[in-house]
Design a protein around this ligand. Structure first.
Ligand code: MG
Length: 335
């Protein structure tokens, strides 16, 4: 199998602000294995850069030709860039589906009608700006980015502007003490759940927080995102969290993401399928596993202006998977 790649620049519709910083563009890399395609998202706060991803790809040895021996191929990926490792896994799955001439969801035995509605992300900003964006979006499910001083004012303003379902994501932006202070207050605004309240490495903090919130009879579900990258991380958090966020860019592809989903289910956790700022390639690859998940946060293609591919399509919050073979994405011909 021949490995090749193509750097791409994605222009964002609006400046994207989270607890870690702000950006107007993302510099990702499309990765090809013969006719298969995957995407490596260069997420700044995961320490990934377009250059680093390309350097990694140059170091990948020959992956062999037996694409049905997936684990053997994936094990040949050198240690390093999670994003690049994920893109290789996606391209391999795409090629696999194309060889078998079936879309991935069919090969996994999944019904594409069972995809949960996706949320739409409101980046961190002044409370009134976020409230206006929430209202203007018209989306039935909103994911609100938090992680600053004005978090309660943000949620209050948005709740006052819309009846949509609200989820919040602190992106590891709170200390334990701050989390314990603000979560009971945010719980008053009818939230579906709170994502990643604590620091990335604070696994013990999740057990601590659970106990404290239970003692105060605060029942808003807590999900882990950045803290749970692999199925091992999910197992370590069992008993401390109510749900987990899965992304191909964390699990290094579809194969480990499937393991994370099953591990989470075995521990009675709920599952949200999410993405980074990715084009239709990465998001559609992930979306094939959406029927296994309870929630979806797959608005990547809605946030960018110059998607190089067409894949999953949106009817409001409802996502429709393409039915062509593999991931099913199609290059958009530039005129
Ligand atoms: Mg998150």
């Amino acid at each position: 199998m021949k490995l090749s790649w193509e750097p791409i620049t994605l222009d964002l519709r609006t400046t994207f602000r989270v607890a870690h910083g702000a950006s107007d563009q993302r510099h990702n890399v499309l990765v090809y294995l013969d006719d298969g395609v995957g995407e490596a998202a260069a997420v700044p706060y995961y320490g990934e850069t377009q250059e680093g991803i390309i350097e990694y790809l140059k170091s990948v040895p020959d992956l062999g030709d037996d694409l049905f021996d997936m684990d053997a191929i994936l094990d040949k990926r050198p240690a390093g860039s999670r994003a690049a490792r994920s893109a290789i896994d996606e391209a391999l799955h795409d090629l696999w589906g194309k060889k078998l001439n079936q879309p991935l969801y069919k090969l996994f035995g999944l019904n594409p009608q069972n995809i949960p509605l996706t949320s739409f992300t409101i980046g961190m900003d002044e409370p009134h700006v976020m409230a206006e964006q929430a209202k203007a979006s018209g989306h039935p499910i909103l994911k609100i980015k938090l992680g600053g001083e004005e978090d309660e004012a943000r949620v209050k303003a948005i709740r006052g502007a819309t009846n949509s379902k609200l989820r919040v994501d602190a992106n590891a932006g709170w200390s334990r003490e701050r989390a314990l202070q603000i979560i009971p207050r945010l719980a008053e605004y009818d939230l579906e759940f709170i994502e990643q309240p604590l620091a990335v490495d604070d696994v013990d903090g999740y057990f601590w927080l659970k106990k404290k919130l239970l003692a105060q009879k605060v029942h808003v579900p807590i999900f882990a995102d950045e803290t749970a990258k692999t199925s091992h991380d999910v197992a370590k958090l069992a008993g401390a969290i109510d749900g987990v966020v899965v992304k191909t860019m964390k699990s290094e592809g579809i194969r480990e993401m499937m393991r994370m989903i099953h591990t989470a289910r075995a521990h009675d956790m709920r599952i949200m399928l999410s993405c980074m700022v990715e084009s239709s390639v990465g998001v559609t690859a992930a979306a094939h596993l959406a029927p296994l998940c309870d929630y979806a946060d797959l608005d990547g293609p809605l946030l960018i202006k110059n998607d190089p591919y067409r894949g999953v399509t949106y009817d409001g919050a409802k996502m429709l998977l393409p039915s062509s073979a593999g991931i099913g994405v199609e290059r958009i011909k530039s005129s």
